[in-house]
Structures are given as structure tokens and as C-alpha cells.
Design a protein around this ligand. Structure first.
Ligand code: HEM
Length: 516
């Protein structure tokens, strides 16, 4: 009907005028659909501009997403509003602000907010059917099965594999320090965590530390580099993916990257099955779950096993290396903190025969404060997402005087970066100060003032593993090297890259290493 109306107009109006008219109609339709979406629900609203939404820079990726949400958050806090209604493109999204609402979304009413609304295609791209993306009961069941993979006992068993990579790191650091030039710690530590997760989740020697151009490192980088279309689908229109896929052969993960990770995992499983190899790593644990499915219903379908190893890799290596890189920068510019954390390492290790052992790491409590403070200032996920899986009653009153209802399918943004820099929780929010994580300081803050790993039943499953690998890397560096700023480097205080999925700082993390 619309098409015939447009065709009917052509004889009287030119093509250009018709296009302008159609665009005008789209804008009017947008306004009618969105103008009252939030105000009718009694929610502070920031509708922004048609098509681009509340913050064009969010869609256009022309500003760090953490600071975009920080502005909305700060305004809402000043007005005492529990949340802000936004639009990303033409999609309504709710920014959760106050602590009660955060608790409701993340924990208390979790059953209404189980999903993230990420695109996945189990049939054609099984790697996307991973724990991070999948939804509803399927997620619940998988999470239940995978949780025992991350107990502290399992971490202890895996620790020798982590430490073997730390020994490699020692050798590379020696060469870098001897060269006497600035060391790009983010890149070096990404090679370190690639080796660790390559070893633990894929059972291979990724050799990224030995060879910066190793295939595993190259594929790891590619897995993160989404093209413009992939970014658009992930961020703006995840629900459109199944329909677009019916017409165009778009992929969420490039085929060669997906084939590489799938075949690496499957070949390793085959080898272990044939040779009865046991390494106490994620591969072993995933294989046990697969084997269980032969005998009973407690296992995981074999076709989505590589997806779980893949997500451990994807969620685990860059988050940890960017955090560690930022620890390095902060320690370079805060020598007093560096002295204190090194003194702790030098006090604790001799109690464990001089070795960096799993038990020694658990005693490095000040180091943990340093890591926590770094994750406060530079959370790997600047914003986190949940999505309503049914109608949800908000803490606001609608225009009709009744409690406002958030319909199914609306995303809720948890502004981690903004919360972590809220002056009400952290008096000098932009200053690096590990004392923010003394027992006393922690006890004085509300529960949802610090969530680098998320919160609630969908919290990061790998947080123990992350802390283990980060502490092992830090202890390895600090016991042998003093970390110093690079003379003339203008990147401190650090600012943020605009387009990256995991938070990254501009200019990387260059420091000088001086052997002790
Ligand atoms: C410093 C390191 C890390 C940080 C900061 C981090 C942060 C996060 C965050 C913020 C989430 C979302 C949580 C939520 O929505 O509540 C998450 C989820 C997840 N993380 Fe991590 N992560 C790290 C390391 C790891 C590691 C090492 C692994 C695996 C070995 C891992 C595996 C996952 C998985 C599978 C999920 C999805 C969990 C689910 O949906 O059930 N992460 N992570």
C-alpha cells in the first residue's frame, strides 16, 4: 500500500521530493512511537534525536561509552531519579541508577532480567551459542553445569599451567628490560593471557609470548575486531540478526576464525580421548560434561562444547590483560603503592619456599586491593546489559497513576564506569587509591558500588581464574622489576579508546622496566 502511494506521487512530485516526504513520514512515525514511551511511565527521559537516539555518539562510536552513560547517570543522581529512559537508535533502553533498582535488576528480580539480548545463531554459527549469549532456561541449565568448572579446587589444579606461562613471561621480560626501551605492557600481557587461556581452554601451546605473530594470537585479535556490520548487529539491532541472515549471508564471527577455534578444540579432544591424556584444565572438564551426556541428561551437547572454550578465551584474555596493563601504568606513576605491593610479595613468597604458588597468591591481599582499584577506574566492561524477559513493574508511577510497566524485550543498562566514579561512593573518584578497598572502606559502601565482574546469578563465571592469572603475572613482574613511567609520555592521566568492546586506554600501557 505504501509502495503504491509512493508510486502514485511520482508523477506529481520528483524523486527527491518523494524521498524527502518518506523521510519526513519516518521521522513523524519515530516521534509518535517514542515521544511518550518514557514520560508515560513516569521515567526521567532523554529521547534525543530521531534515528540516532539519546546519544548519537553512542551509535556513531565517537565517544567512550563509559563517559556517555556517566553523563546521564550523574544528571539522574542530581535529580534523585531511580533511572533514566533512553533510546539507542529507535530502541528504548533503561539506564538503572539507584542502588535499589540495581539490586532488583541484578539479584532480587533476576528472573525477569535473565538475558542480555545478544545475537546468536546456534544452527549456523555454533560458537555463538556460548554461555555469554544464550538465554532463558537454556542459559540457566548450562550455567549450572559449568559452575563446578570454576571452583577454587579446580583453579588450584590448573595453577601449574598458569605458572608455566608466567615462567615464559619471565624470559620475555628479561629480554625487554635488557633492551632498555619502553615496553608496551598491554600487548605483552595480552600475549601472556592468550598463552594461559590457549593452554587451559584449548589445551595447546599458543606460543604468543615466544612469537608475537603466532596464529593463535592473530586469531584472538581477529575474534575481537568486529567489522562495522557486526558492531551494528551486536549493539544496535541484535534482534534483527535472524531476519537479516535469511536474506544476506552475514556472520557474527568470521568463518575462518570460527573454523580455527572449533577445529583446535575438537582436535585436542580427539587426541586426549585417543591417548587418555588428563591435564586438569577446562578441556578436561568440558570433556567430562560431554561424556556425561552419553550416559544421562546432565551433560552438554557436543556441538556447543567448543563455544564454551571459545567464550572462556574471548571473555578471559583481553579483560585480564587490559586490567593488568592499567595496573602497570598506575604502579609506574604511583611508586609508593608499587613499593608497598612489592614489599608484600617479598614478605609472602619466602613463606612458600620462594615460589609463586596458588596458596601464596591468596595471601597477597594488598595486591588484590591494587587490582580492585584498577578495575574500579578502568572496568573492562564500561556498561553491562540485561533485558526484560517478561513485563516488569518499575518503581515509578505512570501517567495513568498506576505503577509503570516495562514491557518484555527492553534492555537495561548497568553503567559500571559511572557507578565506579560516583563521588558519593569514592570521595576522590578519579584518583588511584588502593585504600578504597581496605576492609573498612568496603564496609562503608553500598553493595552495588563496585561490580567489575558484574553481579547476581549472571556474574562473571571466570572471576577466580581471572584473579589467579592477574596475580600470578603481577607477582612475576614485581618481584624482579621496578616499573617506571616512560619519559615524555603524555598519556597519563589515561583516557579511553572510543570503539573497543573491552575498555582500553589511549596509547596503550607503555612503561620502562628496570631489573632489581
Ligand atoms: C579481569 C578479568 C575479567 C573481567 C573484568 C570480567 C568481567 C565480566 C563481566 C562484567 C561480565 C558480565 C557479568 C554480568 O553481566 O553480570 C562477565 C561475564 C562472563 N565472563 Fe568474565 N571477566 C573477566 C575474566 C573472565 C575469565 C578469565 C573468564 C573465563 C575463563 C570469563 C568468562 C566469562 C563468561 C563465560 C561470562 C558470561 C557469564 C554468564 O553469562 O553466565 N571472564 N565477565
Amino acid at each position: 500500500m505504501v509502495l503504491s502511494a509512493v508510486a502514485g506521487l511520482l508523477p506529481v512530485m520528483g524523486v527527491f521530493e518523494v524521498l524527502v516526504a518518506v523521510l519526513g513520514l519516518l521521522v513523524v512515525r519515530y516521534y509518535l512511537r517514542t515521544a511518550n514511551f518514557w514520560t508515560s511511565r513516569g521515567v526521567l527521559s532523554k529521547n534525543g534525536v530521531p534515528i540516532l537516539g539519546s546519544s548519537p555518539s553512542f551509535i556513531l562510536q565517537s565517544e567512550f561509552r563509559g563517559t556517555i552513560m556517566q553523563r546521564f547517570y550523574t544528571e539522574a543522581r542530581a535529580k534523585g531519579a531511580p533511572c533514566v529512559g533512553l533510546f539507542v537508535g529507535s530502541q528504548p533502553v533503561l539506564l538503572a541508577v539507584d542502588q535499589d533498582l540495581l539490586r532488583s535488576v541484578l539479584v532480587k528480580d533476576f528472573s525477569h532480567f535473565m538475558d542480555r539480548g545478544m545475537p546468536f545463531d546456534r544452527h549456523n554459527e555454533p560458537l555463538t551459542a556460548n554461555l555469554f549469549n544464550i538465554e532463558g532456561q537454556e542459559w540457566r541449565t548450562l550455567r549450572h553445569k559449568l559452575t563446578p568448572t570454576f571452583t577454587s579446587g579446580k583453579m588450584r589444579n590448573m595453577f601449574p599451567l598458569v605458572q608455566a606461562c608466567a615462567d615464559e613471561l619471565t624470559a620475555v621480560l628479561a629480554a625487554e628490560a635488557a633492551a632498555g626501551r619502553p615496553v608496551e605492557m598491554f600487548e605483552l600481557l595480552a600475549r601472556f593471557t592468550t598463552d594461559i587461556i590457549g593452554s587451559c581452554a584449548f589445551g595447546i601451546q599458543a606460543n604468543a609470548l615466544k612469537d608475537p605473530n603466532s596464529e593463535f594470537r592473530a586469531m584472538g585479535k581477529r575474534a575481537f575486531d568486529m567489522n562495522i556490520l557486526q558492531t551494528f548487529f551486536n549493539m544496535v539491532m541484535p534482534r534483527a540478526v535472524p531476519y537479516v541472515k535469511m536474506v544476506f549471508p552475514v556472520r557474527l564471527i568470521d568463518k575462518d576464525v570460527a573454523d580455527f577455534f572449533t577445529s583446535t578444540f575438537e582436535e585436542n579432544v580427539k587426541y586426549r580421548e585417543k591417548n587418555k591424556v588428563l591435564r586438569h584444565d577446562f578441556v578436561d572438564l568440558l570433556m567430562q560434561l560431554k561424556n556425561k551426556s552419553n550416559a544421562d541428561t546432565e551433560g552438554i551437547d557436543a556441538d556447543i562444547l567448543p563455544a564454551q572454550a571459545f567464550v572462556f578465551f574471548l571473555a578471559g584474555f583481553e579483560t585480564s590483560s587490559s586490567t593488568l596493563g592499567n595496573v602497570m601504568t598506575e604502579l609506574a606513576y604511583n611508586q609508593d603503592v608499587q613499593d608497598k605491593v612489592r614489599a608484600e610479595v617479598q614478605r609472602v613468597l619466602p613463606k612458600h619456599g620462594g615460589d609463586i604458588s596458588y596458596e601464596a597468591l591468596s595471601e597477597l591481599t594488598y595486591m588484590e586491593q591494587v587490582i580492585d582499584e584498577t578495575m574500579r577506574l578502568y572496568p573492562a566492561a564500561s556498561n553491562m546489559v540485561r533485558m526484560t524477559n517478561d513485563d516488569y513493574v518499575l518503581p515509578t508511577t505512570g501517567a495513568d497513576g498506576k505503577p509503570a510497566v516495562l514491557p518484555k524485550g527492553v534492555k537495561v543498562i548497568i553503567p559500571i564506569f559511572a557507578i565506579h566514579r560516583d563521588p558519593e561512593f569514592y570521595p576522590e573518584p578519579d584518583k588511584f587509591n588502593p585504600d578504597n578497598f581496605s576492609e573498612e572502606a568496603k564496609a562503608g559502601r553500598p553493595n552495588y558500588a563496585f561490580m567489575p565482574f558484574g553481579e547476581g546469578p549472571r556474574v562473571c563465571i571466570g572471576l577466580r581464574f581471572a584473579m589467579m592469572q592477574m596475580k600470578s603475572g603481577l607477582a612475576t613482574i614485581l618481584r624482579a622489576y621496578r616499573v617506571l613511567p616512560v619519559e615524555g609520555d603524555k598519556h597519563y592521566p589515561q583516557t579511553f579508546e572510543k570503539r573497543t568492546f573491552v575498555t582500553k586506554t589511549v596509547g596503550g600501557n607503555k612503561v620502562m622496566l628496570r631489573a632489581l
